[in-house]
Design a protein around this ligand. Structure first.
Ligand code: NAP
Length: 259
């Protein structure tokens, strides 16, 4: 994989999966733009990439604000000249149970995860159209498209919604040679997931055939694949990165793994 001369933009790139995507694209030669609402963490990632001779810039941008994303697209164009790869990755996953879930809970998750993805794509589309190899990579989830979990109905709706959006977008964007694909991570060890707590983590490890949570890099490698030259003819597709979590048809299927 060689992304020299390409510019990769990653939303939510200050931490977790987005940070790993930014690091991997930079490690493979791309110039990277990290867009996030956490400037301290984002600047720290940029500094660590500069320390190893890689090219990266931080731009303060809020995906749920179209004006903010348009400003960021202008800044990326001014600083880096173009955008070839767009990772719509920023997302939130606060737990809320149906009986107490408020309209505000519902709206907050939809604003960032679904509207934020649309605003990101909308702001960067003029730049992507100018690229001979425009690539859009969405970070969806297994939760929603494949599985469910109490407290994440609103979240699952956004992550399934991203795939519905993607399939029509893929057809519209084909005329520009732009591909759009989605990664469906399982449970990945990130700052955000850490906030859910050790008990959740322990439960999850026990139901993943690999018996471990994923690393952010595991997801970033899938993004490299979708952005690679070899994936030029793949669009509107999904790739699950979950250590086999969605495979057992019941907990019985995992019992034989006990040692
Ligand atoms: P994370 O560790 O919480 O990192 C997300 C980053 O995005 C943070 O820096 C966060 O800033 C930032 N962010 C939040 N809202 C934003 C906004 N409105 N505009 C711009 N940046 C914003 O999250 P993660 O676990 O890496 O998750 C990244 C993506 O993967 C999300 O879309 C998530 O749904 C998806 N995903 C994660 C998992 C998992 O197990 N971790 C599994 C499936 C899917 P603050 O920290 O300041 O809020």
């Amino acid at each position: 994989m060689n992304f020299q001369e390409r510019v990769a933009v990653v939303t939510g790139g200050s931490k977790g999966i987005g940070k790993a995507m930014a690091q991997q694209f930079a490690a493979h030669g791309a110039k990277v733009a990290i867009l996030d609402i956490d400037p301290a963490a984002g600047e720290a990632v940029v500094q660590s990439l500069h320390d190893t001779g890689q090219q990266a810039h931080f731009f303060h941008a809020n995906v749920d604000d179209l004006a903010s994303m348009e400003r960021a697209a202008t800044q990326v164009a001014h600083t880096l000249g173009k955008t070839d790869i767009l990772c719509c990755n920023a997302g939130i996953y606060p737990q809320a149970f149906l009986e107490t879930m408020t309209e505000a809970d519902w709206d907050a998750v939809h604003r960032v995860n679904l509207k934020g993805m649309f605003f990101t794509l909308k702001a960067f589309l003029p730049l992507l159209k100018q690229s001979p190899q425009g690539r859009i990579i969405l970070t969806s989830s297994i939760t929603g498209p494949i599985t469910g979990y109490p407290g994440w109905a609103h979240y699952g709706a956004t992550k399934a919604g991203m795939l519905g959006f993607m399939r029509s977008a893929a057809i519209e964007l084909a005329k520009y040679g732009i591909t759009i694909n989605a990664i469906l991570p399982g449970n990945i060890e990130t700052e955000g997931l850490g906030e859910i707590g050790a008990e959740y983590r322990r439960k999850m490890e026990s139901v993943i055939p690999f018996r471990r949570l994923g690393k952010p890099e595991d997801v970033a490698y899938a993004a490299l694949f979708f952005a690679s030259d070899g994936a030029a003819y793949i669009t509107g597709q999904t790739l699950v990165v979950d250590g086999g979590q969605v495979l057992p048809e019941s907990s019985l299927a995992l019992e034989d793994l006990q040692d």
